[in-house]
Write a protein that binds this ligand. Structure first.
Ligand code: FES
Length: 298
């Protein structure tokens, strides 16, 4: 649509197209409503993706609702709707005409990638020669603590040559040591060529990874809206009392780490708690001792 014009409706063709400016939550809702009435919609957004400010929020005022839970269904519906065309990184240059007969000229800025092929995996960023020149890999060997050394090398060697090897390596390191030791991450960076900054970006993004030592069992008490209103906070207090640790703390015997999680995806079972990969739902504070007893010998 670079410098082209789009006819968004003529008096002769009243069922023509509509153009919605701005892909925030309001624009998304408007686009969906128009498309549901059978009108072709051009959803124009200047940023690289739709979602607007709401996509950066955790909760919304005043209801404290999970912002992503509100947005995600709309994002999916827009992506799938045959009558909605998203024009991201696009600006309106001119708008002429009147009601029922507007003509807009749009300019779409380049992304410098083939949008049909890009999957957003980020591998090109990790392997960018320009970026790597600015941030050269350390020339000296990385000192890895002896207790991690052999296992870390084995994990890297096993994944070497594999496509998108960073995630599997981090997952294996995390499950082998129960966290991602700093010296092992430097070692992974040197051996794989991924900049350390990128590795930390991934390591700190996913809640399943930890960059500090963690207990053998991870107790995640859900504080999402559904769980919170059904007593999630009392459950968290009970776990904290019973384990004698604060949130984000680890018991002295390194057995449990207590976390407060956002929605863990089981709202129908609220209030819910996840220990490692096991979900316990519809809990009351009285259930906490029984649950923890199951892990006594484990
Ligand atoms: S709010 Fe969704 S599982 Fe707790």
């Amino acid at each position: 649509m670079n410098g082209k014009t789009a006819d968004v409706g003529t008096p002769q063709a009243k069922t023509g197209a509509a153009m919605v400016l701005g892909g925030g939550i309001g624009g998304m809702e408007a686009a969906l409503s128009l498309a549901e009435s059978g009108i072709k919609v051009y959803l124009v957004e200047g940023k690289p993706s739709i979602g607007g400010v709401m996509s950066q929020l955790d909760k919304t005022f005043p209801t404290n609702d999970c912002a992503m839970c509100t947005m995600a269904p709309r994002l999916v519906a827009i992506g799938r709707h045959k009558d909605i065309e998203i024009l991201s990184m696009t600006d309106v240059e001119t708008l002429e005409g009147g009601p029922g007969h507007f003509t807009a000229t749009l300019r779409k800025r380049s992304r410098f990638i083939d949008e049909g092929k890009c999957t957003g995996c980020g591998t090109c960023v990790a392997n960018c020669p320009t970026r790597n020149k600015v941030q050269p890999l350390p020339a000296t060997a990385v000192e890895v603590e002896p207790r991690f050394r052999d296992k870390a090398r084995e994990i890297v060697e096993r994944n070497r040559g594999r496509k998108g090897l960073l995630m599997p390596i981090l997952q294996e390191v995390n499950s082998a040591f129960n966290y991602l030791p700093e010296d092992v991450l430097s070692f992974v960076s040197r051996e794989t060529g991924y900049p350390l900054s990128h590795i930390y970006k991934v390591a700190t993004f996913y809640g399943a990874f930890s960059t500090v030592p963690r207990g053998k069992h991870l107790v995640s008490v859900c504080m999402g809206t559904a769980c919170y209103v059904k007593g999630g906070e009392r459950l968290l207090e009970k776990f904290s009392d019973r384990l004698e640790v604060k949130v984000d703390g680890t018991t002295r015997d390194m057995k449990f780490t207590l976390k407060s999680a956002r929605c863990i995806g089981c709202c129908g079972l609220a209030p819910a708690v996840m220990i490692d990969n096991v979900v316990y739902g519809r809990l009351s504070v009285g259930d906490v001792p029984k649950i923890l007893d199951k892990y006594k010998g484990a």
